[in-house]
Design a protein around this ligand. Structure first.
Ligand SMILES: NC(=O)c1ccc[n+]([C@@H]2O[C@H](COP(=O)([O-])OP(=O)(O)OC[C@H]3O[C@@H](n4cnc5c(N)ncnc54)[C@H](OP(=O)(O)O)[C@@H]3O)[C@@H](O)[C@H]2O)c1
Length: 244
């Protein structure tokens, strides 16, 4: 079988690390990892992976990183995982009520969760378009589903993921004309034990807090089973469709 490259962007994410470990275990896999912090990957386990460190996710830096990815890649890119996601940080907390909404934190969350993945999609297009089937997974969240929003709250995070979903739907319409080899998947991992969910894990029912390893295994099998069909899919960790 021909070698194929997997590209993981935002590789310091806990789920990204589990994905990378499962990909690198396949001796035929080629792996390129992009992050602001690649220190986790400087171990014997990842000695064959190509590391691309970025200083930030401004458009110019993403453009330079894509050139480095192209130079580091020896086979066609068949899978891309774009893992960025911020729910809380030193400046932002998910809103419980309207009064918590702030322009500054909304801007920061949308920048990380929506603009950055979209800039990657735009900048990678020239190197993904071709004959090789390529599946691009952008990490989303069920709370980004407008149809499924029964409990409200988390205004900025929800809106950032809903906006990302809309961008993917629009991009899929364009790619069905321009780049039929590319499949876009918006993926909800389920509540997973990572720094992102840590402060919110108390309310998770027993058995519903997943390990990153479990989610990575599910995702790799979902990606393998999802056909390239000219549409965007919004899928959960079971491979079930989520309403947009
Ligand atoms: N964990 C859950 O329960 C859960 C549930 C639903 C959806 N998700 C989604 O799953 C994805 C992965 O989540 P995780 O739990 O593995 O997250 P995590 O461990 O907290 O990782 C954070 C990720 O966000 C990136 N990031 C952080 N600050 C950023 C900024 N200012 N600009 C751009 N990127 C930034 C990091 O990139 P670097 O590598 O450069 O640091 C890293 O990829 C996210 O999209 C998240 O929204 C997670």
């Amino acid at each position: 079988m021909n070698k194929q490259t997997t590209l993981i962007i935002g590789a310091s994410s806990a789920i990204a690390k589990a994905l990378a470990a499962q990909v690198i275990a396949d001796p035929d896999a080629e792996l390129v990892l992009v992050s602001r912090d690649v220190s986790y990957y400087q171990s014997a386990e990842f000695e064959h992976a190509k590391l691309v460190r970025v200083s930030d996710y401004q458009e110019a830096e993403i453009g330079l990183a894509v050139a480095r990815i192209q130079r580091a890649t020896e086979s066609d890119i068949a899978r891309v995982f774009i893992c960025h996601g911020v729910l809380h940080n030193d400046n932002c907390q998910p809103e419980k009520r309207l009064e918590d909404f702030s322009a500054a934190s909304f801007t920061e969350i949308v920048s990380a969760n929506t603009i950055t993945p979209m800039l990657w999609l735009k900048s990678l297009m020239p190197i993904l378009t071709g004959r090789q089937k390529c599946k691009v997974v952008v990490f989303s969240a069920r709370v980004g589903s407008i149809a499924d929003n029964a409990i409200g709250g988390w205004y900025s995070y929800r809106a950032s993921k809903a906006a990302m979903n809309m961008l993917l739907k629009s991009a899929a319409v364009e790619l069905a004309r321009r780049a039929k080899n590319i499949k876009l998947i918006s993926f909800h991992p389920g509540t997973t034990d990572t720094p992102l969910s840590k402060p919110f894990q108390r309310s998770v029912p027993d058995g519903k807090l997943f390990t990153s390893e479990f989610v990575a295994e599910q995702l790799l099998s979902i990606v393998a089973d999802t056909p390239v069909d000219g549409t965007a899919s919004f899928l959960d960790w079971q491979g079930k469709t989520i309403p947009w």
